[in-house]
Design a protein around this ligand. Structure first.
Ligand code: AMP
Length: 496
């Protein structure tokens, strides 16, 4: 039974905790002739302090990394390393339940080490002096690198504008659950892992190596292997896509020194969209394409549901066109619950298209203003094909003093004259043939003549054909062919 111990370094983190526990247990700490001298000093000081102590009592250190040879002068020696991270803010209860590595060269020394550990409330186990570095490496990975992981994970949450401290209960939960592996690698969800890597490369490229090393090690635990196309820089195919406002903002943060161009689209890209992307690529340092089928601008039942969608193809085309980032948010991301702020361009938004599709331009102006707020572009690209839309955006930019240059590019047409539109794929060959009457009528450049052309063509329902005083003025028309509604216009001044 050890009843007298001298603690050297009792003011330090380990020394103060150990001393407090020994005092609790009634062990004398100030005796002249102690049974054990316990060195709670920094590792680099152990050899020197040990050399200054007269041999006789047991001498022990509490270092994980230092070999017993550091206690050279003494034969009665052992090491007792409590496997715990101590804080001066807490008391001896920090010892409870912690383990302690006992290193000793004789059975007697080991017995003394075990006795001291148990006296302190620790759970002793044997550690060979020669294996000390291996053991200590494990302890460092578990304790020190946990801090590193928390820092790395915290910086990703910060990049997502989420509170990093939200990670702490999660990390504790993993420990409380016995380190059970959950998440994408456990499920073999390589899509998600590829997306992680993609956003890390965009937002925190310095963390890519760490993520990859950990992902490989985690896959091994799950009995899997990371597929090479998951980690390849070419995956996933297509331009990098961002689903949330926070992710996109983080990715744009380091691009703001240069100019940013935004091309808003609803996808199903065709050569009309590509002309906007090409212009943006030529004129801006960073090109952002948004891909969002905006429910708020659909007014006819079934139109939203039947709107053509092919994201994979769009991302590949966007990549070919040199788009840097695609923003493809969910409906909930753009219209979170409780959403109630709308932009209405009152007069311009109520005529022509606005008359036949009430609320359409309110949906357009609102989503475009929100995209402007998210992307903060220097230039925004729109097609002359939707002349009234361009005019509504021009008005909104002026009225709200937005610092954005509006670029409107000419309508791209098929060889037969039909303006390209994502909705053209919904036309049967017969409907498409009939639809050609619209560009033919508008090409007359005269509202009366255009109406006459349309009146002669079978199976077209004309919503309107009007001259609109836009910039430039246009002859605009809208017709319905079967279930599909088509709009087109020609400029009455300037080039198309
Ligand atoms: P959407 O995906 O239909 O919302 O269109 C996205 C952008 O592409 C809008 O600014 C449209 O005006 C433009 N756009 C659509 N069709 C054409 C076209 N045939 N030529 C030029 N621009 C177009």
């Amino acid at each position: 039974m050890i009843d007298s111990i001298r603690v050297v370094g009792a003011g330090g983190r380990v020394g103060s905790t150990v001393s407090a526990r020994l005092a609790e247990r009634g062990v004398r700490l100030d005796g002249d002739d102690p049974e054990v001298v316990l060195l709670c000093v920094p590792d680099r000081a152990i050899a020197e302090v040990a050399a200054g102590i007269e041999p006789g009592p047991w001498i022990a250190h509490v270092s994980g990394a230092t070999p017993l040879a550091a206690l050279a002068r003494h034969e009665r020696r052992f090491g007792m390393h409590p496997l715990q991270s101590f804080s001066k803010a807490r008391g001896p209860e920090q010892l409870d339940g912690a383990w302690a590595a006992i290193t000793a060269e004789t059975e007697e020394a080991r017995a003394a080490g075990f006795e001291l550990a148990e006296l302190l409330g620790l759970r002793p186990f044997r550690l060979e002096d020669a294996r000390r570095a291996t053991y200590h490496a494990g302890a460092a990975v578990a304790s020190n690198y946990l801090v590193t992981l928390r820092h790395a994970a915290g910086s990703l949450l910060e990049a997502a504008e989420a509170p990093p401290e939200a990670l702490d209960p999660l990390m504790r939960g993993v420990i409380a659950n016995g380190f059970e592996l959950t998440g994408p690698i456990a499920r073999g969800d390589w899509e998600t892992v590829a997306r992680h890597l993609q956003v890390i490369r965009e937002t925190r490229p310095d963390l890519e190596e760490l993520y990859l090393v950990l992902a490989r090690a985690t896959a091994a635990i799950a009995g899997r292997e990371l597929p090479s196309d998951t980690v390849s820089r070419d995956r996933p195919a297509g331009a990098p896509v961002f689903r949330t406002i926070a992710e996109l903002r983080a990715a744009l943060a380091h691009r703001r020194a240069g100019s940013i161009g935004l091309v808003p689209t609803m996808g199903s890209l065709h050569a009309g969209h590509l002309s906007l992307l090409t212009a943006a690529r030529e004129e801006c340092d960073t090109v952002v394409m948004s891909l969002f089928v905006n429910p708020a601008q659909f007014t006819a039942e079934g139109d939203l549901a039947s709107y053509p969608r092919d994201e994979g193809r769009d991302l590949a085309l966007a990549e070919d066109a040199g788009v840097d980032l695609v923003f493809a948010p969910s409906e909930a991301e753009m219209y979170p619950s409780g959403f109630q702020t709308w932009v209405e361009v009152t007069e311009l938004g109520a005529v022509l298209e606005g008359e036949f599709r009430p609320g359409h331009f309110r949906g357009v102006a609102t989503v475009v203003l929100k995209l402007f707020a998210i992307v903060r572009p220097d230039r925004a690209y729109f097609g002359a094909k939707d002349a009234q839309q361009a005019e509504v955006i021009r008005r909104m930019i002026r009225d709200l003093a937005l610092e954005i240059e509006l670029r409107v590019l000419p309508t791209v047409r098929d060889a037969d004259g039909l303006a390209l539109s994502s909705r053209n794929v919904l036309l049967s060959p017969e409907e498409r043939r009939r639809a050609l009457a619209l560009p033919r009528a508008l090409a007359t450049g005269d509202a009366g003549a255009a109406r006459a052309v349309l009146a002669e063509s079978n199976g077209l329902v004309v919503d309107y054909v009007e001259v609109a005083d836009f910039d430039p003025p246009v002859l605009a028309g809208a017709v319905r062919v079967g279930d599909t509604r088509l709009i087109d216009n020609v400029p009455l001044e300037g080039d198309d």
